[in-house]
Design a protein around this ligand. Structure first.
Ligand code: ADP
Length: 490
């Protein structure tokens, strides 16, 4: 199908132009309609007044015609005078037609003796008044019947009276003076209309500028932030809408600031963490270099320390790489159906030697067999980080209990330990990168502060959740909840 790629012209897309057009058109339409309606109304009223005026005069005249029996004899000067007066008064022409449709009198003196058969005359002969306005030629044509009252004597009864139409007066009167008044009125209305249009135009321009002004202010404020002149929150309280835009922008700005701060903090943390082992290595190597005749024992001891620091550096780099990988999109997940029971068992088996070293009992309880759609590598990382922490931050001869359960939607892995616990205030922060409750203790036992950050990222990628409850000195329980089926977001 042909798709028309029609883009509105730029000026129509401008809010200012749209507001101007709306106000201008809304102001203009009533003005034009009113002018038209007033003129139309005046014309109708003037014509109907003129018609009823003339009709009244004609009715009086019709009575005189009967009295003077003018239809039979047109020699009455009184009637002629009345007829002339009437036609002069209304600048019109009067025709008197008898019952044979023959013209007995024409004030213009041209149609006398002629027969007139028109619809109006015939209707009038039946007793009906007619009137017709012809605006193009500027006259009103009307007919009124000439009524005569006859006395009818039937047999011996009393005589009865009856009105019969014995003729018609056909009159046309000029409406030129109505047209002249209309013309004058129309000219005056046009002047008023032009003035109103001017006022509406000015009001529309002012209103469109005034209404758009707050938006221009907000654009200026945004530009200032964009160009870096200021970092202050923007505020345009001129109207509710701009206030909302300002509030929304300030929220975005503060979120960006938080992100920027956390990025800076992360970079400085990374540099610091990577530098610490290198500084130690340098100190150890320098002290060996400056000493002469270093005993072999001391060499060996220092070399072991250096190897330990290199291992640490290696671990930090590996953890950082794992974290960076997690930060990528969920599209990198390699989802397959995994036997979670087996996964937990294998991971615990792998960690058993560290637990045995500290005489910590590892217990695994599986409530039911669970198979779920997960990324096996990332899920192994989750379980191993949690169980490793539970061992690392435990007491000698303590215990770690892992419980696996599921409902129809989620599976849960609970890792409980009898360790040192996490203070209430730190519970939410342990997932932050490089966050450690006790820095020196964590370093001592080889922690990087990245384990739980990696764990949480992996869980969130699976659309799961992690929470911890802890009592200082008694132990910690981490609970992970993951959907059994993976739902990819398109
Ligand atoms: P680390 O490499 O230091 O262990 P993590 O991100 O895994 O880093 O953990 C962050 C901090 O949370 C640890 O330094 C530790 O203080 C605390 N923590 C984690 N797990 C436990 C636990 N099971 N018991 C007590 N403290 C814990």
């Amino acid at each position: 199908m042909l798709k028309l790629n029609f883009k509105k012209p730029k000026f129509i897309r401008s809010l200012k132009v749209r507001i101007f057009l709306i106000i201008f058109i809304i102001g203009l339409i009533p003005c034009i309609v009113m002018r038209y309606a007033i003129l139309q109304n005046y014309e109708e009223r003037a014509v109907s007044l003129r018609t009823s005026d003339v009709q009244t005069q004609l009715k009086i005249l019709a009575n005189h015609l009967i009295t003077y029996r003018y239809l039979q004899d047109t020699s009455s000067e009184v009637i002629d005078a009345e007829l002339n007066q009437l036609s002069n008064l209304y600048d019109g022409r009067v025709l008197i037609i008898n019952s044979n449709l023959s013209v007995v009198k024409d004030t213009y003196g041209i149609s006398e003796g002629k027969t007139i058969i028109s619809e109006e005359v015939i209707r009038c002969m039946k007793g009906e008044n007619t009137s017709k306005y012809d605006p193009n030629n500027g006259y009103i044509e009307m007919t009124i019947p000439i009524m005569e009252t006859l006395e009818i004597q039937e047999n011996d009864k009393h005589p009865s009276k009856s009105d019969i139409v014995s003729g018609v007066m056909l009159t046309s009167v000029s409406t030129d003076n109505i047209a002249v008044t209309l013309e004058i009125l129309s000219r005056k209305a046009l002047v008023v209309e032009i003035m109103v249009i001017l006022v509406v135009f000015i009001v529309s321009v002012l209103a469109s500028f005034a209404l758009v002004k707050p938006f221009e202010k907000i654009t200026d404020a945004l530009s200032e932030v964009k160009e870096g002149y200021t970092n202050d929150p923007i505020s345009v309280p001129d109207c509710l809408e701009t206030e909302h835009i300002g509030e929304a922008f300030n929220k975005v700005l503060s979120r960006m600031k938080v992100l920027d701060d956390s990025r800076q903090e992360f970079v400085s943390n990374v540099s610091h963490e990577l530098k610490t082992p290198i500084t130690s290595i340098k100190v150890l190597a320098d002290s060996l270099r400056v000493q002469e005749d270093v005993p072999l024992e001391l060499y060996r001891e220092f070399m072991e320390d250096i190897t330990e620091e290199i291992d640490r550096e290696d671990k930090i780099i590996n953890d950082l790489l794992a974290l960076v990988k997690m930060d990528r999109t969920a599209a990198d997940l390699n989802i397959s159906q995994v036997d979670i029971n087996l996964l937990v068992e294998m991971t615990m088996k792998r960690l058993k030697p560290i637990a045995v070293k500290r005489d910590i009992e590892l217990v695994y309880e599986s409530i039911r067999p669970v198979t779920a759609a997960v990324d096996e590598v990332k899920m192994t990382l989750v379980i191993s980080n949690l169980v490793e922490n539970a061992i690392k931050y435990n007491k000698e001869h303590g215990w770690v209990k892992v419980t696996l359960d599921a409902d129809h939607q989620f599976f849960t892995i609970e890792v409980a330990d009898s360790g040192i616990g996490i203070p209430e205030d730190d519970l939410e922060r342990v997932y932050e990168r490089f966050y450690r409750v006790d820095k020196s203790h964590s370093r001592e036992i080889g922690g990087t502060g990245l384990g739980l950050a990696i764990t949480r990222s992996a869980i969130l990628m699976h659309r799961g959740s992690i929470k911890a409850v802890s009592t200082e000195g008694e132990g910690t329980i981490f609970t992970v909840k993951i959907p059994l089926t993976y739902i990819a977001v398109s």
